[in-house]
Design a protein around this ligand. Structure first.
Ligand SMILES: [Zn+2]
Length: 319
């Protein structure tokens, strides 16, 4: 005690200076932390986990699709997109199956992806799906002269595919309580044109499920990339699963975007699975002024919107 006390008296000035320096460092550190550029911040925090859904990566997948141009059923851009989806997934060690059939003399192609290896071969099957075709005519365009042009399909087409592709990269299958299947539905979006129906691809898939491939749950995502995002609950969807997803969104602080209220009831790719007796949910942001117009372009999307939907699905699967 006496020795310590003596040391304190002798070094009092140095000690005070040291304390002032320490508090200055702490103060500036606290203040400056949020202002640092990400590259510098990474030195302290480490890089963003490569296994967390990244909205920027998803947005790049959407941009690729927009750059292909409109992708209506059985066109060159549509085939190029099949190839892109297949290549991306194969690189990520997923196997891609082509389910083909003919509808009104037109070849239709669903793609179904599964991990090369399922870590838990007895786990229930969760199928997550999105349509990859785009509407062949923008019949809701405000300008009548442009209603014969195809829809670019940024939000209505590219956004769902983009989220599925980024999910395939980040999902930790060892932590998943499900066997995951990713479905890319064809011929969803030509309903009421040339006497076509909507949801042609998913209807065929749901009517041709082998018992061993029958999903236990289905989640469909559609039109989820709008920068101005409001996702209400869809009325036809299986409520219990919907509640779970909206709760996860709330926990992730997306409560202002995933609004736990019903608004629309939509004929979408979840319907054929519901009809087959499988619980299915449609995550869709139907408040989109550019729906089925020539203005459904990639500049309407945001990485943050894609990331919110991707994160909700990632957390649902991994916890
Ligand atoms: Zn559509």
């Amino acid at each position: 005690m006496r020795r310590a006390g003596g040391w304190l008296r002798r070094n009092r000035v140095e000690l005070i200076l040291l304390l002032m320096l320490a508090s200055a460092v702490a103060w500036f550190g606290w203040l400056g932390y949020g202002m640092l550029p990400p590259q510098i911040l990474e030195i302290f925090t480490g890089p963003k986990s490569p296994h967390t859904f990244d909205g920027e990566v998803a947005l790049a997948h959407a941009q690729y699709q927009c750059d292909l141009g409109p992708r209506p059923v059985n066109t060159e851009a549509h085939r190029q997109l099949q190839q892109y989806i297949t290549e991306q997934l194969t690189q990520l060690k997923w196997e891609v199956e082509r389910q083909t059939f003919t509808y009104k003399d037109t070849p239709v192609v669903n793609l179904i992806a599964r991990p090369a290896e399922d870590p838990r071969p007895d786990a229930p099957i969760l199928l997550i799906g999105a349509h990859y075709d785009t509407r062949r005519r923008a019949d809701r365009d405000p300008d009548p002269a442009r209603r014969d042009e195809p829809v670019p399909g940024a939000n209505d087409g590219a956004s769902g595919v983009a989220v599925l592709l980024e999910l395939a990269r980040v999902l930790d299958l060892d932590r998943s309580s499900y066997r995951i299947r990713l479905a890319f539905f064809d011929a969803e979006d030509n309903g009421r044109l040339d006497e076509w129906e909507f949801i042609v691809g998913s209807t065929y898939m749901a009517e041709h499920l082998e018992p061993e491939d029958r999903p236990d749950l289905v989640i469909v995502i559609d039109m989820i990339g709008d920068a101005d995002q409001q996702i209400y609950m869809e009325r036809n969807s299986y409520f219990k699963l919907q509640q779970q997803l909206w709760e996860i969104a709330h926990r992730l602080n997306y409560g202002d975007v995933f609004i736990p209220e019903f608004k629309w009831s939509i004929l979408d790719d979840h319907m054929p699975f519901l009809k087959a007796g499988i619980p299915a949910v449609d995550i869709i942001d139907f408040d989109y002024p550019y729906w089925h117009t020539v203005e459904d372009t990639c500049d309407k999307l945001s990485a943050e919107s894609l990331e919110r939907v991707g994160r909700v699905l990632e957390v649902f699967i991994e916890e």
